[in-house]
Design a protein around this ligand. Structure first.
Ligand code: CS2
Length: 489
């Protein structure tokens, strides 16, 4: 089968870029060109280029592995997006990514792209753990491997913050303007968070550079949403079947997509409205809603569902007890939120249930379960603390956190071990070992993990008892019984 590398001759059922790729220049460098970027911002950009054109092609950057580049570059940056809904699957070829650079192989090319005069936006999807954020202070985590390496040798960066700061230094030196830095990860106030990290890093190098960044770079916050499981052999096989081309870079996703962006761009932006993006003054209410309702429910399903034997989120949604638990969770999360402009939270929760149940999307609970220590604070702990402070029920959060603690033991109910895939895996394992299967001891030790639980939460007897009772049940009676007890409460 011919490899995908151009859009002519594809079946008429497959949508292709509605613009001449060869005539458009790059304007965006995107760091972290994984499946989520390819199913979300790159698609919105493809729509924008089709509707309004503009020199906004994307140069992708991978900070670690060369896999995405090796799949996409021989295809001239093209890839198939499969959209899987309950009614079936559709295929579209996306053309907004020009090429993908691999930082460890070609760091100078990455810096050159970032420092190029035509680069006006630098966007990122590097997951929560990629930033080097210290949860305790909101500043730089100097123990983070990439931050530590880049502070030591800032002209040869390896991490996202290091690359951005070095690129801005080069731009300042050559008299070029700044760019917009657009964080697209699931962190609250993601623009402000990244701004603080970049400025702290820059100040460490030179106060003039920090002042240049303050004056010439904007960091709009964004809320991004599209459920995008990791690609599998089925993704590639379906892409080949629908397009008649071999495509090693295909991704699959759900029909729903949402992008809410603060409209603060220092050097223009694509017509992303054409792809459905909503530009607002304040993204915070949307971000909190999504993190607490969607992602909070997702993490709960991941930990409880994985241990109850559910491979995919859609399987969890066939478990009536677990659905009851998730409904309670979303209601509890909604009660911690301020009104969200234009959104009815009960409708939002109903739509989430439908999206989670999508029979065509095979989203692994094990995938969502990874990096728990990076996800818990914004998804579960912040709303738990709000509930505690306001005298609202904390059961839903206590259950989710107990499920995470049960998961953190790294051994399933059949006695098989699994990797947590969490940057703090070693610290967690040490504490799990010390607790030796005792629920109260494990809760105490995990609540005391430095910088994870807010102090008021970790210090609350009500919270500790609520989590311990649930974890004890999970450990003695099993996760299914624990879910059933929760559903009956
Ligand atoms: C998920 C998210 O893996 C996870 O932690 O909760 O990736 C989720 O699918 C997206 O945020 C949906 O937009």
């Amino acid at each position: 089968m011919t490899r995908l590398s151009q859009t002519s001759g594809l079946p008429s059922t497959v949508a292709v870029p509605a613009y001449d790729r060869a005539n458009l220049k790059s304007g965006i460098v995107h760091i972290g060109t994984g499946a989520f970027h390819k199913a979300h911002q790159a698609v919105c950009t493809d729509d924008a280029l089709g509707a309004s054109g503009g020199d906004w092609m994307i140069t992708g950057v991978s900070l670690r592995s060369g896999d995405v580049a090796d799949a996409m570059n021989p295809q001239d940056g093209l890839y198939t997006l499969l959209v899987r809904g309950p009614e079936g699957v559709s295929a579209r070829v996306v053309g907004s990514i020009r090429k993908v650079l691999v930082a460890p192989r070609e760091p100078d090319a990455v810096l050159a792209a970032l420092a190029a005069p035509e680069t006006r936006i630098v966007s990122l999807t590097i997951t929560e753990k990629g930033y080097g954020l210290d949860g305790r202070t909101g500043g730089l985590d100097r123990g983070h491997p990439a931050i530590a390496a880049d502070l030591k040798d800032p002209e040869h960066p390896v991490g996202a913050v290091g690359f951005i700061v070095e690129a801005l230094r080069l731009r300042k030196e050559s008299g070029l303007p700044g760019f917009t830095v657009l964080c697209c990860d699931n962190l609250p106030n993601n623009g402000k968070v990244l701004k603080r990290l970049v400025l702290e890093f820059a100040r460490e190098r030179d106060a003039g550079l920090a002042a240049f960044i303050e004056a010439n770079v904007s960091f709009p916050s964004t809320m991004v949403d599209r459920i995008t499981p990791a690609s599998t052999d089925d993704t590639l096989a379906d892409a080949a079947r629908l397009t008649g081309r071999e495509d090693r870079a295909a991704v699959e996703t759900e029909p729903f997509t949402q992008w809410i962006v603060e409209d603060d761009f220092v050097a223009g932006r694509p017509d992303w409205e054409a792809g459905g993006a909503l530009f607002v003054k304040d993204v915070a209410p949307y971000e909190k809603m999504k993190l607490r309702m969607l992602n909070g429910a997702h993490s709960t399903l991941a930990y409880a569902g994985y241990l109850a034997g559910h491979t995919f989120v859609r399987d969890c949604m066939k478990d009536a007890d677990l659905v009851a638990v998730i409904e309670r969770h979303m209601e509890a999360a909604a009660r911690t939120l301020d009104p969200v402009p234009g959104i009815d939270l009960a409708d939002y929760a109903r739509d989430l249930r439908e999206r989670f149940a999508n029979p065509a999307i095979a989203h692994q609970t094990y995938q969502i379960a990874m990096d728990g220590t990076q996800k818990l604070p914004q998804r579960l702990l912040e709303p738990a603390l709000i509930a505690l402070d306001r005298g609202l029920p904390i059961d839903a959060y206590a259950f989710s956190v107990a499920a995470w603690m049960r998961y953190a033991t790294g051994i399933n109910e059949g006695g098989e071990t699994y990797l947590l895939r969490d940057p703090r895996e070693a610290e967690i394992a040490e504490r799990v070992g010390e607790a030796n299967g005792d629920a109260a001891a494990l809760v105490e030790r995990l609540l005391a993990l430095p910088g994870l639980f807010p102090e008021r939460l970790a210090g609350s007897t009500e919270w500790r008892e609520a989590v311990t009772a649930r974890l004890a049940r999970m450990l003695t009676q099993g996760m299914r019984a624990a879910i059933a007890a929760e559903a009956a409460a």
